[in-house]
Write a protein that binds this ligand. Structure first.
Ligand code: XUL
Length: 463
């Protein structure tokens, strides 16, 4: 058997994959429900200063330990697990002091992970991807490099507030003493892999690309970006590696406590988006995944690293080799809902939208809220507001689909199959309009557990 562990914003999932490819038992630890003593009902600390969103890293450790306990309680023999892969929510960072490596090397199975790792944190909380507080640091890093186009060319994204580099810079400025005491900076992913291995894990190329610190072309830390980010950062970063190859055997702690086989292999953990790409069988070029949720997200495997000249999209590493691309549009389901309400329409009206004829000059810019892809202020623009309600719905949906489809231009991708997921994909009309605009067949499916499944698949494929 193989184990995939997904440490996401609100919960941690552990999923077994049998050697024949069939998913086995799974457990899900919801941080709010199962670990209420951290007071993070949605997985992050509620009362932070404006723009800052942090989580307690010890909560992730307790969730990991609880998940393994629950798998054992389900009667699962953990000694049958050959390899463990995993992923974490992207961009979040964990700050550790000089006790980290000795504590990892000598974990005591009679004590909890939380108890033993607590003294190793040089910062008790971890900024996560929802943190938006680093606009100043983004501007400073971009200026040092000669502009955002250069940062994008090197790292795959312009400086982005939630990305790890700007977050690290903000910490080093806000609390230089604690930054000085920090000897290791990890991502959520590499932190958890380090714990399982009992030694420092590398950061994988997939998640490393979400830091504004890794050079996409060389797959190494970019010396200039690192230097522009924070003093002495180079010495605090682990090495980079592929998430497809194991780097260690499981730590004796887990053998003694949970009955793992000492030969069980540990892979570098990747980001949740790269893991989902693998979980949805979209790791090879040809398929494009579109998730229609609160935001609409498009992601796909990308053989060559191409970056978005407009600076809106992102490029990460693909754990199966090459790269992946990701674009996120804020005007997703909330905008569909607001437009539906404006027209006094129903979701059944949206079901019929694909079968309504539309004049060629009916173009809608469907941005009811401030948008990040493309960057523009809120404003719905309809070229033909005089049309019937079903026609306006169709024009609106076409506008949404066209905007996502336009991202494929800079990505240089031609989809053969559109993998459509997320709540709105269940609507036949929405699905049909996306299929028409993308010019390829659509396959619809449920997204749940795709990241944990991808992580388990990576473990299965690894050596
Ligand atoms: C991607 C991003 C989120 C996180 C959490 O850039 O910020 O998708 O990975 O899921």
């Amino acid at each position: 058997m193989f184990l995939g562990i997904d440490s996401s914003t609100q919960s941690l999932t552990a999923l077994i994959l049998h050697a024949d490819g069939q998913p086995g038992p799974r457990v899900n630890i919801n941080f709010g429900r199962d670990l209420p003593h951290y007071a993070c009902p949605q997985g992050f600390i509620a009362d932070m200063p404006a723009g800052q969103v942090h989580s307690p890293p010890l909560m992730w450790l307790e969730a990991l330990e609880l998940a393994l306990t629950q798998l054992g309680q389900q009667g699962l023999d953990l000694s049958r697990i050959r390899a463990i892969g995993g992923d974490g929510q992207q961009h979040g960072s964990v700050y550790l002091n000089s006790r980290f490596l000795p504590v990892l090397a000598g974990l005591d199975a009679k004590r909890s992970l939380v108890e033993q790792l607590a003294p190793c944190l040089s910062r008790s909380t971890s900024p996560i991807w929802m943190d938006n507080s680093t606009a100043t640091e983004c501007a400073e890093i971009a200026k040092a490099l000669g502009g955002d186009a250069e940062v994008c060319r090197r790292s795959g994204s312009i400086t982005t507030p939630r990305f790890t580099g700007p977050q690290i810079r903000a910490f080093s400025k806000r609390d230089p003493g604690a930054w000085g005491a920090t000897t290791h900076v990890h991502l959520v992913s590499s932190f958890l892999a380090s714990i399982l291995a009992g030694r420092e894990a590398p950061i994988d190329f997939g998640d490393g690309a979400g830091m504004n610190l890794m050079n996409l072309e060389s797959g190494q830390w970019d010396a200039q970006l690192v230097a522009a980010t924070a003093p002495s950062l180079a010495a605090k970063l682990p090495r980079l590696a592929s998430a497809a190859q194991s780097f260690a055997r499981i730590a004796p702690y887990f053998v003694a406590k949970f009955g793992f086989d000492p030969l069980c292999r540990i892979l570098p953990f990747t980001g949740d988006n790269p893991a989902s790409l693998v979980g949805m069988a979209a790791g090879r070029p040809g398929s494009v995944v579109v998730s229609l949720g609160t935001s609409d997200t498009l992601f796909a495997a990308m053989p060559q690293p191409r970056t978005d000249p407009a600076g809106c999209g992102h490029v990460f590493g693909n754990p199966l080799g090459g790269f992946m691309t990701l674009a996120c549009v804020r005007n997703g389901s909330l905008a569909r809902e607001a437009f539906r309400d404006q027209l006094g329409a129903t979701w059944e009206d949206f079901e019929k939208a694909a079968f309504v004829a539309l004049p060629a000059d009916a173009i809608t810019e469907p941005f009811l809220f401030d948008e990040i892809t493309p960057r523009r202020a809120a404003g719905l623009v309809e070229s033909r507001p005089d049309l019937s309600s079903p026609q306006r719905i169709r024009a609106f949906l076409e506008g949404q689909a066209r905007n996502l489809r336009a991202q494929l231009d800079w990505m240089c991708l031609k989809p053969e199959l559109l993998l459509l997921t997320g709540g709105a994909s269940k609507n036949d009309g929405i699905s049909a309009v996306f299929s028409q605009v993308f010019g390829c067949p659509v396959q619809r499916f449920e997204l749940s557990d795709s990241a944990a499944l991808g992580a388990a698949k990576l473990a299965q494929q690894s050596s």
